[in-house]
Design a binder for this molecule. Structure first.
Ligand code: 3PG
Length: 223
């Protein structure tokens, strides 16, 4: 099995997530809202979306955004079963995120050449992920398992492991996470709150997205 970081397994996608530094965790009901949301994210300067399978329309939303916005780095979130990996690969997802660590999900992603960010919340789960060849994990739920302090503590025995903390991340604390060297990017739903999506408040989504991008890239603001 190739390393998930190798170009063949989508290392370029992980590099893109690391460059953007934020992965919006999206819940939409279907294709139309998915496409509008992608437009709002792009307008805010963040062409990245993790579209979750928490709604029946999640897979179709992925397919719609891939078709309408080929420059958006579209991933599938809340993937818990191998058959869902097949569905999101068919829809064009470029990476997979899971709330926990499933060998079946990780192996099916490898078959499709899709990078996968499995969720971990303990050293034992990290070791299981490393055994499967994973070197970037989603720390979930980050705020519950200890926040930035947990990342510092987990990094000591696992040098080289990179984290995408998700769960409780927001505009007020993303800087603390992104200031840690092992953090590749942060994930979160605050800028794409489902209430805003349901209300069609794309302008507020764009505003929150632009704010998050500015916070994640303070160096570009100074220049
Ligand atoms: C996820 O599954 O990644 C989380 O629901 C996102 O967490 P948040 O809603 O606290 O940002």
């Amino acid at each position: 099995m190739s390393s998930p970081d190798s170009p063949a397994a989508g290392g370029d996608v992980l590099a893109a997530l690391g460059a953007h530094r934020i992965v919006p965790v999206v819940v939409v009901e279907g294709a139309a809202d998915g496409a509008r949301l992608a437009d709002a994210l792009v307008a805010g300067g963040l062409p990245v979306a993790e579209i979750t399978l928490r709604t029946a329309g999640g897979v179709e939303a992925i397919r719609a955004v891939v078709a309408a916005q080929p420059d958006v780095v579209v991933g599938a979130g809340t993937v818990t079963r191998a058959d869902q990996v097949d569905a999101v690969a068919d829809a064009g997802a470029r990476y997979v995120v899971s709330p926990g660590l499933s060998r079946a999900v990780v192996e099916r992603c490898a078959e499709h050449g899709l990078p996968v960010l499995p969720g971990v919340a303990s050293p034992t789960e990290i070791m299981a992920a490393l055994d499967l060849g994973i070197d970037v994990v989603k720390l979930f739920p980050a705020s519950v398992v200890g926040g930035p302090a947990a990342i510092k503590a987990f990094s000591a025995p696992f040098p080289g492991l990179r984290f995408v903390p998700t769960g409780g991340v927001n505009a007020g604390n993303l800087g603390e996470y992104l200031g840690l060297a092992p953090v590749l990017a942060v994930g979160g739903s605050w800028m794409v709150d489902k209430k805003l999506v349901d209300a069609g408040d794309w302008a507020e989504i764009t505003r929150r997205t632009a704010e998050a991008v500015a916070l994640a890239h303070p160096e570009s603001k100074e220049s």
